[in-house]
Design a protein around this ligand. Structure first.
Ligand SMILES: NC(=O)c1ccc[n+]([C@@H]2O[C@H](COP(=O)([O-])OP(=O)(O)OC[C@H]3O[C@@H](n4cnc5c(N)ncnc54)[C@H](O)[C@@H]3O)[C@@H](O)[C@H]2O)c1
Ligand SMILES: [Zn+2]
Ligand SMILES: [Zn+2]
Length: 341
């Protein structure tokens, strides 16, 4: 079957792999839509692992229900791409995101489980979730990144009235800003190096203000309405320039949530973390309940995630789509593949 594979650094292209079959009860689906994620962009940049079929933000139609007796051929489903063991302390406490096995065989993030940049994919039966009719394919492909932002915001336990800075206005930053507002933030600012993405966050109503992180007066500008600094800062890009700005912009005693992933070690002014008594913590993925809650919020029309979908393209346009998302001068934040186009 047709798929998109990593061919080398900053290079993706069409490939052919065997169609998946149900193994260990897995559910096989015809992919309807699959989102391109910022995490995929890290693999794309590295060009590693070569041959990887990415795609962990998917919705599809069941072609083989595997061991799921409640599903039938033709049902529309999504699923969590992770591979938690189900046995360890983390899994038993409802935190599969801490399970050491959770990324080992993740769909679209490991060579063992080719993802949904393909005509078909296969998902562990216990992690497949039926999509209600009132949630469109495009919305269902947005559940996974929505759950990432939702988890990060949940970890903060908003009281209401907080000033929030979100650094990075890719899809994760846009979603995190939206959900921070929904959780009770009084004011949400976005910092970006790409003007078009930053302005888009304001245009879409997810942020109150945008500040260009490349501006030489950025540190002054970003504190215009918050001279004492921000209560909470979300890092949604993950590099040392960004995290340094975050440490400088948060108020003493404030919190920084690291959502962005840096594959390299980064340098930060740690003395300021000490003297400001900052609380810095990571946020990874989501729990099963959070993932389901995001689907429910879309179904209840509490969340409109379609406004973030910029384009839907065939697999043949993979290189173009990655170029667009990494150009730094395009306002697109989410492009979905439709393998049937
Ligand atoms: N923790 C998790 O569970 C999780 C899940 C998904 C993605 N991620 C990570 O979150 C990050 C964001 O994902 P995305 O899909 O939005 O990626 P993205 O690459 O589309 O967005 C990152 C944005 O940060 C901006 N940026 C870069 N340097 C900056 C700086 N110094 N100041 C301000 N903005 C800056 C870029 O211009 C870009 O728009 C990625 O690192 C991704 O791997 C984490
Ligand atoms: Zn993702
Ligand atoms: Zn486990």
């Amino acid at each position: 079957m047709k798929c998109v594979q990593i061919k080398g650094p900053k290079t993706v292209g069409l490939g052919e792999i065997n169609e998946p079959t149900s193994k260990n009860g897995s559910v096989v689906l015809d992919v309807l839509k699959c989102g391109i994620c910022g995490s995929d962009i890290h693999y794309y940049d590295m060009g590693q692992p070569e041959g990887l079929v990415m795609g962990h933000e998917f919705v599809g139609r069941v072609t083989d229900p595997g061991s799921r007796e409640d599903l039938k051929v033709g049902d529309r489903v999504t699923g969590l791409p992770i591979s938690p063991c189900g046995e360890c302390e983390a899994c038993k406490s409802g935190n599969p995101q801490y399970c050491p096995a959770t990324w080992n065989e993740a769909v679209g993030l490991s060579l063992t489980n080719p993802g949904a940049y393909a005509e078909k994919t296969s998902v562990r039966p216990d992690l497949v979730i039926k999509v209600p009719d009132n949630v469109t394919d495009n919305e269902a492909a947005m559940i996974e990144p929505t759950a990432v932002g939702y988890h990060a915001v949940n970890l903060v336990r908003f009281k209401g009235g907080e000033n929030v800075l979100v650094v990075g206005a890719g899809i994760i930053g846009q979603i995190t800003a939206l959900l921070a507002k929904k959780a009770g933030a009084r004011y949400v600012a976005i910092a970006e190096t790409n003007d078009l993405r930053g302005q888009k966050a304001v245009k879409l109503g997810v942020a109150d203000e945008y500040f260009n992180a490349k501006n030489e007066n950025f540190l002054q500008n970003v504190r215009t309405h918050n001279p004492y600094g921000y209560d909470i800062v979300f890092d949604c890009c993950g590099n040392s320039a960004a995290v340094t700005n975050e440490i400088l912009s948060v108020k003493p005693g404030g919190r920084i949530v690291l959502v962005g992933v840096s594959l390299d070690a980064i340098t930060i002014p740690s003395a300021l973390v000490v003297t400001k008594e900052l609380k810095m913590f990571g946020a990874i993925a989501y729990t099963v309940d959070e993932f389901k809650k995001c689907l429910d919020m879309m179904s209840n029309k509490e969340l409109d995630m379609l406004k973030f979908v910029d384009d839907v393209v065939p697999l043949e346009k993979a290189q173009e789509a990655f170029n667009r998302l990494t150009a730094g001068n395009d306002d697109a934040v989410k492009i979905l593949f439709d393998p049937k186009m």
